[in-house]
Ligand binder design. Structure first.
Ligand code: DON
Length: 578
């Protein structure tokens, strides 16, 4: 048997060695240097951090080492990711954070999703012929919602943290000011998105060298404007972002390019607390994100439907299991298209959607041998309304706190637009609204009335930061990027652990499947056997193998040991324990 601490120190040494090689020889390192970390889940007794960038993991790990709690570490990681992973880490976007405290026996959700500007209108993305214009909703200044990240992180820290905003931002400021070594993933991303980013002078000068050439692996990447912005926030608090110089720079950027965000929009932005969605799956308590995300409602809804089948008996990724998952997914995504939106504006039948009774009715409509064509599935009838690029990280501490955070600027590099003088990218989250009923968004998701554009409304999300508890104890902390695939990615890690008994690293790495009702297509990753695919086709599924889905950075706690599983779909991801 392996000696655990020996194994841990070996992997640490391997990672450190990789970085030393990088720093001093500018050698292009391959992700293989980090691979050793992923052969088994990384283990910790006093804390665990799993993020999609090793520099952010290390920043957060330091905080835990000094006695900080998971919330301190989470806010530190989020600001570090805003510097080291600008494709999704951000201060120009928004997100959701779930915090579980075993001591208080509570799980809270912070909603720092972007909001539509006050001057937004229902038809702002329609052209003169009434057609939705996705270039405007995705790649113009109109694409940006009012950013929530800075306010959300500050709120989490103030309410649940133990360190100051200044302390939490210090590692990020250092990384922006002194720079960090470019990884292959960082360099590749900017090459791939060259057209989008070079369209804007403000973006070109941040992400490409003065002569327009690329940052290559091994180069040093410094962000002076971003460092100055972060410094101002660190010195003056969040009012700097929402009312000070940074707000002025955002509003000037809007005024110069036909955007809508005003000083009033910035000043009026506020994050909020939401009651997380709570469900139960085979005895485990599932807590996940509530509206304005659809994530939690549908993770729980799909689990409820699947609870009616002996999934573990059918086996991991067997044709039967995948068929049932796909059928449950279709029905949930049909409901999403009709019912889900910002609860500050519309009533969402959350109790109905997540009830076992409704799941049983949907379960009864599933043919266990044959795919139901999506064309014959429509949003169902849950009980009536009650009266009343993205990146995820998971962190736990020795005090019984767990943080599950997903935040985003929507696409990789968001709208592609850097705020002139402020050094950060603006989100293109407005595309998550339904620009026109029945017209799919970038992820093929259909929406309607519930998710139409309205001033100050939050656009519907799929982000599903999730915390699973077992008998009051934090058990599984998980969540993912991936647009519409977030819900199904999260679902599968929960099932891989609970139904199939896989360890967290295998749960995260295992090939995934996805169905979202429309298009009527069962999307799979590579790694399913040909006879499984054939069996699914014989049941009537249109199976399409496409690129990898999600990047689910997860933690499992069992018998007091914290196991970290970093998703190998991100070459820079790292789990580190202490
Ligand atoms: O909030 C949402 O659902 C989307 N804006 C998330 C986008 C996303 O995950 C892109 N990442 N791969």
């Amino acid at each position: 048997m392996y000696n655990r601490s020996f194994q841990l120190s070996c992997t640490r040494v391997a990672v450190m060695a990789g970085c030393v090689i990088l720093l001093f020889s500018r050698t292009v390192y391959s992700s293989a240097i980090l691979e050793g970390q992923r052969m088994h889940p990384v283990q910790g007794k006093e804390g665990m951090v799993v993020t999609s960038h090793f520099l952010a993991t290390w920043s957060a790990q330091e905080v835990l080492k000094k006695g900080g709690n998971a919330i301190d570490a989470a806010v530190t990681a989020a600001f570090s990711l805003a510097v080291t992973q600008p494709r999704s880490g951000n201060i120009g976007g928004g997100g959701f954070m779930l915090i579980s405290s075993e001591q208080k026996d509570e799980v809270v959700a912070i909603d720092y999703r972007e909001k539509a500007p006050g001057e937004a209108t229902v038809d702002m993305f329609l052209d003169k012929d009434g057609n939705a214009d996705s270039t405007v909703s995705r790649f113009s200044h109109l694409a940006a919602g009012v950013p929530g990240t800075v306010a959300g992180l500050a709120m989490a820290l103030e309410k649940y943290g133990t360190i100051s905003l200044k302390e939490a931002m210090a590692p990020a400021i250092k990384l922006a000011e002194e720079g960090f070594i470019v990884t292959p993933r960082f360099s590749d991303g900017l090459k791939k998105r060259e057209k989008r980013l070079k369209k804007w002078v403000s973006s070109k000068k941040i992400f490409y060298k003065a002569d327009g050439s690329y940052y290559e692996p091994g180069d040093l990447f410094i962000q002076k404007d971003l460092a100055a912005t972060l410094n101002r926030i660190s010195q003056n608090g969040i009012t700097e972002f929402y009312e000070g110089r940074t707000a002025e720079l955002i509003v000037a950027e809007m005024a110069n390019h036909g955007g809508l965000i005003t000083m009033d929009d910035m000043k009026n932005y506020s994050p909020g607390f939401r009651t997380p969605i709570h469900g139960n799956y085979r005895g485990y308590d599932i807590y996940s994100m509530s509206p304005p995300s659809s994530g939690g409602a549908h993770v729980v809804q799909i689990l409820n439907i699947l609870e009616g089948y002996p999934i573990s008996e059918y086996g991991h990724n067997s044709a039967k299991t995948i068929h049932l998952m796909a059928e449950a997914m279709k029905r949930a995504y049909a409901d999403r298209s009709f019912y889900l939106g910002d609860e500050d504006f519309i009533k969402v039948p959350l109790k109905g959607l997540t009830s076992k009774k409704y799941a049983a009715a949907l379960h009864d409509g599933i043919d266990t041998e044959k795919a139901t064509p999506s064309s014959t599935i429509a949003p169902g009838k849950p009980l009536p309304y009650e009266s009343n690029q993205t990146t995820h990280f998971s962190i736990v501490d020795k005090y019984g706190n767990a943080v599950s955070n997903t935040y985003t600027i929507n696409f990789s590099y968001g709208s592609g637009i850097v705020v002139e003088g402020a050094g950060f990218l603006l989100n293109n989250e407005m595309d998550d609204f339904s620009a026109k009923p029945g017209v799919p968004n970038a992820y093929g998701l259909i929406g309607g009335e519930a998710n139409k554009i309205e001033p100050d409304k939050r656009m519907l999300s799929s982000m599903s930061p999730t915390i699973v508890k077992q008998e009051g104890k934090n058990f599984l902390i998980t969540g993912s990027p991936g647009g519409s695939r977030i819900i199904t990615t999260t679902l599968q890690v929960i099932m891989n652990v609970i139904d199939h008994g896989l360890n967290i690293q295998s749960s995260v790495a295992a090939p995934r499947i996805h169905h979202q009702w429309l298009p009527d297509q069962l999307r799979i990753e590579e790694g399913l056997s040909p006879d499984t695919i054939k069996a699914l086709q014989d049941m009537g599924h249109e199976v399409k193998q496409k690129s990898a889905m999600g990047a689910i950075q997860s933690i499992l706690i069992r018998d007091g040991v914290m196991y970290g599983g970093a998703d190998p779909r991100r070459s820079t991801a790292l789990a580190a324990g202490l």
